[in-house]
Design a protein around this ligand. Structure first.
Ligand code: ADP
Ligand code: TRP
Length: 327
């Protein structure tokens, strides 16, 4: 019998999840749980590169688990676990680092961007992609659903795996499996309220589970140009239309686009319409979230079961790697 495809992804618990995370990574990951053996983890080791508050790290990690489950992750299909519950991943990261050229890491955008925005140039931040490679390779992953900004990290992962295979593999027998990224074209980059990529580090997010008042306020503060109410507007460059397209049907989007072109309606009106749709879209997930919160042990149970499954796989792969490199 053919093995099922293994799908793996991770998300850092470095803040509150926003709709960019949802449409870019979580929704595709949740859809993929139907297509194979899915493993999703909360990247708490990675979050240490930016978060040095132990209480916040623990709270965020639980909250990410809660939000992911509320959004539809089914723990009977997909394993959900904390990265740090599989500590062998750091051992694999060490082994991978011994074949990773510094010059390859120097080209990584995410390191350069973070340091340019004032992050300390810590060695951990620099080798972040090596730990990420270990996350992926330790589970023999086939498919990695992520947003576009993570594409380069998957390329680095493939590169490192190929180097391990060249160095330690024997004829026809690879040590590590090369993964494929899965990036959703229509939601490659979800814009934030300022029109830039939505990101918690830019303060331009709309949170998935923000309260009603705050969410409305965020939507109403989407930046627009100063075209007057009566004048025609260009739907092709509008953040409002782009966000609306994530939550409305094709017909509804086409209607909004026509109204943009026709003129006679102001941006404020369109924003209200967007807010209503967005709020309705996430209503079932808010309901599910409240239910999960009522069951005190649910999240711990899910994370415990997930870690058990993940450790079983990681253990086997590490045996193979240790054997191949001579440990
Ligand atoms: P942030 O930029 O807010 O720090 P992360 O880097 O933690 O978000 O991203 C977690 C996941 O969500 C990644 O797979 C990333 O590609 C995806 N993602 C984040 N922001 C967006 C966005 N604006 N559009 C599409 N995907 C996104
Ligand atoms: N670097 C990813 C992010 O910031 C999180 C992550 C860590 C990840 N390890 C991973 C994603 C492995 C996919 C696979 O979003």
């Amino acid at each position: 019998m053919k093995n099922p495809v293994r799908i793996l992804s991770g998300i850092q618990p470095s803040g509150i999840l926003h709709i960019g995370n949802y449409f870019g990574m979580m929704r595709p990951a949740i859809a993929l749980q139907e297509e194979g053996e899915a493993l999703y983890f909360i990247a708490d080791y990675h979050a240490l590169t930016s978060l040095r508050d132990p209480i916040a790290l623990r709270e965020n990690s639980r909250r990410v688990a809660l939000d992911f489950l509320a959004c539809g992750l089914n723990p009977d299909k997909a394993a959900l676990f904390l990265q740090s519950e599989v500590p062998q991943v750091t051992e694999l990261a060490w082994i991978l680092s011994t074949v990773t050229p510094v010059s390859r890491l120097e080209l990584a955008h995410s390191y350069k961007d973070k340091v340019a925005r004032g992050a300390a140039a810590a060695a951990g931040l620099f080798i972040y992609p090596v730990l990420m490679a270990a996350d992926i390779l330790i589970y023999d992953s086939d498919i990695v659903p992520v947003g576009k900004d993570q594409k380069q990290h998957i390329e680095i992962t493939r590169d490192i795996a190929a180097r391990i295979n060249e160095t330690f593999g024997s004829a026809g027998k690879a040590v590590l499996k090369l993964p494929e990224p899965r990036i959703q074209a229509q939601t490659e980059v979800v814009p934030g309220i300022d029109g830039q990529k939505m990101s918690k580090s830019y303060g331009n997010t709309i949170d998935i589970f923000g309260d009603e008042k705050e969410t409305r306020k965020r939507v109403m503060s989407i930046v627009t140009d100063s075209t007057p109410v009566e004048a025609p507007k260009n739907p092709d460059v509008s953040t409002i239309v782009q966000l609306y397209a994530l939550v409305a049907s094709k017909d509804e989007v086409e209607k909004m686009r026509e109204q943009f072109r026709k003129g006679g309606r102001g941006y404020g009106d369109f924003k209200k319409q967007l807010f209503e749709k967005l709020w309705d879209y996430f209503a079932p997930m808010r309901k599910r979230r409240d239910e999960i919160l009522r069951d005190k042990n649910y999240i711990n149970d899910v994370l415990g079961r997930g870690a058990g499954r993940a450790n079983g796989i990681a253990h086997e792969v590490m045996k193979r790697v240790r054997g191949a490199v001579g440990l």
